[in-house]
Ligand binder design. Structure first.
Ligand code: UDP
Ligand code: MG
Length: 175
């Protein structure tokens, strides 16, 4: 009886830690042919791909996705960049997935992003450079920044039907 109760509590705790987060491989990542290598980084740590699709973002949709950044000086450059070609949109699921994906992605500015991170390994330019050129930072990926953003972004980009339920081999070894 006690064991059964303990197990139920454990499952509840695991469910709380299980998170979904939105990743976009931005047009620079797609055009540079890095989709496979970037997706591989997330698969390597055991994150589950819940949904994936290719989307050409419109200016209207960009304003929804980047609603918190509309007043920033770089927003017009950001919109130009995110609408210049298709992106690959992915919902990833795993324990503490929001924080984990941000760690794998690295800092916003490729100049300061650490080696080993996606942005640190595949780009190197700086805010100083892109501001002088009046361009957006091209840092290959977007990843939800926190739990609120993740919830809103997964809902904005994917319908329930586009998110798939299946078991990965990683789950066998974790749970
Ligand atoms: N960005 C930019 N110039 C800046 C700051 C941000 O071009 O000075 C772009 C960059 O592509 C970044 C995106 O705007 O990824 C969104 O900015 P945010 O601060 O949310 O960074 P992120 O969450 O992507 O690390
Ligand atoms: Mg952000």
């Amino acid at each position: 009886m006690l064991l059964k109760q303990l197990k139920a509590t454990e499952v509840k705790e695991e469910t709380k830690m299980m998170e979904q987060t939105l990743v976009l491989i931005k047009p620079d990542g797609v055009q540079r042919g890095l989709v496979g290598r970037i997706l591989g980084r997330f698969e390597d740590v055991g994150l589950k791909i819940k949904g994936v699709k290719m989307v050409w973002v419109t200016p209207e949709f960009s304003k929804k996705h980047y609603k918190e950044l509309l007043k920033k000086h770089f927003y017009p450059w950001l919109e130009e960049m995110i609408t210049e070609g298709p992106v690959v949109a992915i919902v990833l699921e795993g324990l503490h997935a929001i924080e984990l994906v941000r760690k794998l992605v690295g800092a916003t500015e490729p100049r300061t992003a650490l080696p080993g991170t996606i942005r640190g390994d595949f780009a190197h330019h700086s805010y100083e450079f892109t501001d002088a050129k009046q361009r957006s930072i091209k840092n290959l990926v977007h990843a939800s920044g926190n739990a609120k953003e993740a919830k809103e972004e997964v809902k904005l980009w994917f319908t329930d039907k586009e998110l798939h339920a299946y078991k990965t081999v990683h789950e066998k070894h974790v749970f």
